[in-house]
Write a protein that binds this ligand. Structure first.
Ligand code: ZN
Length: 318
């Protein structure tokens, strides 16, 4: 007699993506273009495809570079009980914690600052390729800094019996509902102090963490357990993911927190780009030197794509 069995191993979670999911990172970078002022917007519009495609380069780099992962998060509890006790300046943090700890516990606010200065330099050099590269990457790190689960050791809800929460929050929900989000965020503003602005983002995200975790735990206990997940079959494999009803209930309970964080990520990305351009002396973007990628750049990109497809991340996933 033939028996129908579903091997547990074949039920695999569909959401294995990292950091905002590729979908949201691409949307954030793309929509940031529309916050830019006259002197910038046409240059970025022409480069729309690059800015969008390369929004996820830093995540791909995590497959080849051991130093990449910590650039995407800040495990606050690993440093201090209170986020305000962490020194804001990189040198002070380095002196207090040492490089090894920074590499393990995350550096996202300083990575935003570092990428910002790389972008200012690219504008000063009139180097179109580097302007686009650092703009795309800056948008990525700013996006990550808006995710509350990027500010905690409990980054996937694994310490509170909520495994899968990371991708649920930053991939599943935006993929289901971003079509109805309001992305009219207004115009980019000049940021006097990019490092302070980066910290403001991270501190706000960290302040939302309790709600992110608690509301899911509450919903989990009140929602019919047989309706929490949905299953679909693909290539003889049963795929498991959070159901859209559960995602909708969580989104409503958090009063659109994910939409608000995405909106802020868009506005802040545009504002960092704009500020870098101003700090570089507002160079004319019409006649930039068009630098082609070097052979080294191309090789690096090919390797990133290859390793990314092989799918073995180095270091931590989230
Ligand atoms: Zn990331």
């Amino acid at each position: 007699m033939k028996r129908l069995t579903i091997l547990p191993l074949l039920i695999i979670p569909l959401l294995l993506c990292t950091s905002w999911g590729f979908f949201a990172h691409r949307r954030i970078n793309q929509l940031a273009i529309f916050t830019l002022p006259d002197g910038m917007v046409s240059f970025y519009k022409q480069a729309n495809k690059y800015i969008t495609d390369h929004a996820v380069d830093p995540d791909k780099r995590r497959y080849i570079d051991t130093l990449e992962a910590p650039r995407h998060y800040l495990d606050v509890e690993d440093y201090e009980k209170n986020i305000d006790s962490i020194p804001e300046k990189f040198e002070a943090a380095l002196a207090k914690y040492g490089q090894k700890k920074l590499n393990a516990s995350g550096i996202v606010p300083w990575q935003i600052q570092r990428t910002y200065y790389s972008l200012v330099k690219a504008f000063k050099m009139h180097d179109s390729l580097k302007i686009l590269k650092y703009s795309a990457e800056l948008g990525h790190y700013i996006g990550d800094a808006h995710v509350p689960l990027h500010t905690t050791v409990n980054h996937n809800g694994q310490l509170t019996n909520q495994v899968g929460l990371h991708a649920f929050w930053e991939s599943r929900i935006p993929e289901l509902f971003a079509g109805n989000y309001n992305f009219l965020v207004g115009k980019a503003v000049y940021l006097n102090n990019p490092l302070k602005a980066a910290w403001k983002i991270v501190k706000h995200s960290h302040g939302l963490l309790d709600t992110v975790l608690r509301f899911e735990a509450e919903l989990n206990s009140s929602f019919p357990s047989d309706q929490k997940y949905s299953f679909s079959e693909r290539n003889n494999t049963v795929m498991k993911q959070y159901s859209s009803a559960y995602a909708k209930a969580y989104q409503d309970k958090t009063k659109g927190m994910i939409e608000k964080q995405m909106r802020s990520a868009i506005l802040m990305t545009g504002s960092f780009w704009f500020s870098a351009w101003v700090d570089a002396g507002q160079p004319e973007l019409k006649n930039l030197i068009k630098t082609a990628p070097t052979l080294e750049d191309k090789k690096q990109q090919e390797l990133e794509n290859k390793k990314y497809k092989e799918g073995r991340i180095i270091g931590r996933e989230f």
